[in-house]
Design a protein around this ligand. Structure first.
Ligand code: 3HC
Length: 303
């Protein structure tokens, strides 16, 4: 029965609820709306939701500039209106999932909070609705235990900045049916993303390689071997990366990276790739979280 419920759903995601309107959630909502889906973005307060709306508008303005370099104001305006028409905002998660084909969760990285949310959504959402988490540090299977729909559960892991990064990791747990997986994959392609498949393992593909690389860059600086600036220059010009590891750490958020490393080191304390970093912990303690707080490894003008 589970299979046929999901199969009926294959490639037919039209309405999406995104829970959490932070950097990731608002980016996901934006790309889903821009690709013709009806999207509801949910967060706790009207104030937070309003901020998300204005950051989506800012991002759309940047995209429009590039998309219609020679076009008239009319073309640009139509694009903006069409995307914004697909987007609505809410503070009521249970009501928002009532007519949703897919729910994507992008809230705080806390297992208990996520489980509480999904348990409530599981009761409120129709049976056909697929659930996905954008978590980058918690096993999907642990989150899915809060629901009765593990067969319709998976991971959709996006990258920052969501409107620009072309990759989407689609994660399956053992219970995820082929139909659910295909549906999630088809949704990713409908967003214009290239999808890759990965099992529910720490960091999936990208973070499993990227986080130890960033941690090793910090260790290199901790040993006094080179400065953050020189490491960044080296990796950009010597390895062709668009950002150096310290620029990327500041961009992603030092707290986010610390959170990922802490989670891994708790689970596998002997894994040398998962060792906590003194320098990272100190900066986070001082609230130097990167671009968002105005200072991380570098200083930024606060906008
Ligand atoms: N929305 C819309 N447009 C945006 C944007 C956004 N959020 N951010 C940047 N842009 C646009 C700019 O307006 C600019 O447009 P223009 O060419 O018309 O001027 C264009 O993108 C290029 O931006 P910039 O000139 O500011 O900078 P770059 O050329 O360096 O490109 C970048 C920016 C795409 C972010 C590039 O530096 C990059 O790819 N960096 C690496 C990012 C990365 O590795 N992300 C993954 C992080 S890991 C992760 O997210 C996982 C999580 O679990 C932690």
């Amino acid at each position: 029965r589970a299979l046929s419920t999901s199969a009926a759903h294959f490639n037919s995601i039209k309405t999406v609820t995104v829970i959490g309107s932070g950097l990731m959630g608002s980016g996901i909502a934006q790309v889903a709306a821009a690709s013709g889906h009806k999207v509801i973005v949910v967060d706790k307060t009207q104030d937070i939701i309003n901020k998300a709306e204005s950051s989506i508008k800012k991002s759309l303005e940047r995209i429009v500039k590039k998309k219609f370099p020679d076009d008239t104001k009319v073309g640009k305006q139509k694009y903006l209106t069409d995307v914004l028409e697909n987007l609505s905002l809410s503070t009521d998660a249970l009501a928002a999932v009532k007519s949703s084909d897919l729910v994507i969760e992008a809230i705080v990285e806390n297992l208990d909070v996520k489980k509480e949310l999904f348990s409530a959504l599981d009761k409120a959402a129709p049976e056909k609705t697929l659930f996905a988490s954008n978590t980058s540090s918690i096993p999907i299977k642990e989150i899915a235990t809060a629901t009765q729909r593990k067969d319709r559960f998976g991971g959709l892991h996006f990258f920052n900045p969501v409107p620009l990064m072309k990759l989407l990791e689609v994660i399956r747990i053992p219970e995820t049916t082929d139909a659910t997986y295909k549906s999630l994959e088809a949704f990713g392609k409908a967003l214009g993303k290239t999808t890759v498949q990965c099992k529910d393992t720490p960091g999936f593909i990208v973070n499993r390689l990227l986080v130890p690389y960033m941690a090793e860059a910090i260790r290199l600086v901790e040993r006094g071997d080179a400065s953050p600036r020189d490491v960044d220059t080296a990796m950009k010009l010597g390895a062709g990366y668009p950002m150096g590891p310290f620029e990327l750490l500041d961009y992603v958020g030092l707290d986010t990276t610390k959170f990922i490393i802490d989670g891994w080191s708790k689970k596998e304390p002997d894994n040398p790739l998962f060792q906590p970093s003194q320098m990272l912990n100190k900066l986070v303690k001082e609230n130097k979280l990167g671009m968002k707080s105005g200072e991380g490894f570098y200083k930024y003008d606060k906008k």
